[in-house]
Design a protein around this ligand. Sequence first.
Ligand SMILES: C[S@@+](CC[C@H](N)C(=O)[O-])C[C@H]1O[C@@H](n2cnc3c(N)ncnc32)[C@H](O)[C@@H]1O
Length: 195
Amino acid sequence: MKEKKREHYYLKAKHENYRSRAAYKLQQLQDKFQVLGEGMSCLDLGAAPGGWLQVEALIAGPGGRVFGIDISSIRPVEGVTVMRGDVTSPDVVDKLIRMTGGPVDVILSDMSPDISGNYSLDHARSVDLVRTALVVAGRMLRDGGNFVAKLFDGELTGTLLADVRELFQSARLSKPEASRKQSSEVYIVAKGFRK
Ligand SMILES: C[S@@+](CC[C@H](N)C(=O)[O-])C[C@H]1O[C@@H](n2cnc3c(N)ncnc32)[C@H](O)[C@@H]1O
């Protein structure tokens, strides 16, 4: 059954020309929380191969602006500006600000650490990546903006969520249906940034 579901989104992505099955996770989060909107600007951290970028470009439409960064190179996506870089490197935010030209409406992160197999370590690294995304948000997200970030659920989740709640009007965890049940990944969805 699980195998069938995995196959379902994989095949659907192939059929609908999405670069990754991850595209459906963002679509489902969007259906539930409306984090993106037509004409909005958004910055996608850890964007390769680009499934989320395709969804974002579709929602933002011709009046919106979509930016993506990844350590790996990202094949061009129509209507999207991409950059190669490590979000944890100290000078990257300055480069991102130069790329976007100013604050954005939404920041999204689907960044994953390299999996070591040690669950606590992988969980802690994923929490660090969310905190890095929050640092980027501190400098680049407009007042009232929205934030989405993946993490591997674990013992540090509660503290992280409490910290996010301090920064946004609302924040909650969500696991989209397209995310594998056996995976511990969950998404923080936060709205209304208090700059
Ligand atoms: C699950 S994939 C993202 C999939 C993407 N959302 C999509 O729909 O195609 C996670 C990505 O995070 C990137 N990543 C991990 N750490 C990063 C970092 N420090 N800076 C930039 N990208 C990073 C990885 O290179 C990888 O491409």
